[in-house]
Structure formats: structure tokens, C-alpha cells
Design a binder for this molecule. Sequence first.
Ligand code: AHN
Ligand code: ZN
Length: 288
Amino acid sequence: SDSAFAYVKAQVDFGPRVPNTDSHRRCSAWLSEQLKRYCDTVIVQSFKVRAFDGNDLNSKNIVGSFNPDLGNRILLAAHWDTRPFADQGDERRNEPIDGANDGASGVGVLLEVARQLAEANPNLGVDIIFFDSEDYGQPDDSPLPRMEDSYCLGPQYRPKNPPVPGYKARHGILLDMVGAQYATFTQEGTSMQYAPELVDQVWRTASAAGFGSYFLFERTKPIIDDHFYINRIAGIKCIDVIHYDFNSGSNFWKHWHTHDDTIDKIDRSTLKAVGQTLLEVLFREIGS
Ligand code: AHN
Ligand code: ZN
């Protein structure tokens, strides 16, 4: 948990990781460097995507792979960019956010998973994808013409432009906002539509490991997140572990897309619950 936390903090310390900024460029180099310490291969997919406001975002999907020659593969994903606005907050709405939870937390957990996999070296194919330009979606109050699918631009780009044609994985797990204290992860509708068995497997593994207070056996409404496009475009069964809040207006984590998404909200115990659950799921995949 300390190591995962350090990976989260290191990202936040770069400043907001908004595409076309220096913090974003410097953090991308750091992420590749970290993955290279642990993975067998690291491949960076650089691309440009047009955002809802007409900006061309210089983007990088960063992929670290273990045992790239094995056919039996699991995909793990999180987005590493951060939102350029705080449109869900009351102040400084046009300034970029730290994205300690929305962005850095999922990547931090996956870097720690990579570190653990490098030590254990299991006979399993694992691809860790850090998606870019996920969080540049059009604000609800934007006066510009409505752009469809304005979020998740990196996750949409990749399966439409696969570096390895015909890439398949048995299934995928996406992490999104997995660092807040007392986080609750519900069985989200899109995940349940496409991959109910995997949801069940992950949630049962979490419960057995003592993390039942985080992983709730409660079904909630479908959301559009990176996993939606991985299911729809890539045809890979993928679930989302995402903080659902029964009491917030958005039903996302209460500080979602505000300037309160800062490092002090990150709790090591939550990072541990998610990381350890993932590792247990992965180790049970071996030979099955
Ligand atoms: C939408 O807001 C449409 N989807 C959530 C994707 C997201 C943004 N996850 C974190 N930030
Ligand atoms: Zn976001």
C-alpha cells in the first residue's frame, strides 16, 4: 500500500496531466520508465485526437506487457491523463484538477501490480494499459455543439488503430477512482451486461480476501467509461472497478471533477484492497 501510494503521489507531483502541457509530457516519460523497470516490453502509442473544443490532443497510450508471446492474456487498464476543468465544482471551474483519485489512483495501483508481477513472474500474459485523453470530455454546460463520445478518446482510438492487429485478451479490468477512503465499488451495469461472470469472480475474490466493505454486491446503473469501448470496439469482455457513491449527485465519488480531488483524499488501505484483489484474481487465472 505504501508503494502504490508513492506511485499515486509521484504522478500528482508532476502537476495536472492535461494533454499538450509540459506536466503531461514529463509524466508520460516517467510512466514509460516505471513500466520498463518491471515489464518485458513497453510500447507507447502516440497519436492525435480532436477534442470537443477543436483542440488536437497530443496523446500517448502507454502499454507494458508481461510474457508477450503467451496467448492466455489479461488486460488491466486505467487512464493517466487528468481533466482540464473542475466543472463539477463551485470554484476555478476552468482550471485543471490534480486528479489524485481520478487518474493517478488507478495507474498507481497498476504500477504496484507490475512491480509485484515482476517479482513473482507468473506464467501468464498481462498487458497493462495506461490510456490517454480519457478525461477531456465536454462539460454539460458547454455552449459548443454537442460532441458524441467526447470522453475516452484514447480508449476509443486504440482498438480502431491496433498496433497488433487481432489483439485479444481473455478479459479486461479497468480501474477508475480506486483510491478514496471508504470507497465503494458496485456491480456497475455495463460491466454486468458484458461480463457478469468476471464481475462475480472479482467481487467474490475481494470478499474472500477481507475487502467486502469496498466491493458491494449491489448492481448499479450502466456508465460509459473506457470499458464500454473495450467491450464494444475491441470485443474484449471488460469490467470497471469504479467508485460509486449512493449519496452524491453524480453517483460518482463526491469530489469527482472538482479541485478537492487531491492527494490527501487518497487512502492506502483502499489502494491495497484493489491491488491485492487484482493480484489474487491474476494468480488464480494461471493454468485455468
Ligand atoms: C462520463 O462522465 C460520461 N463517464 C465517466 C468517465 C470518467 C470521467 N471517469 C472518470 N472521469
Ligand atoms: Zn474524470
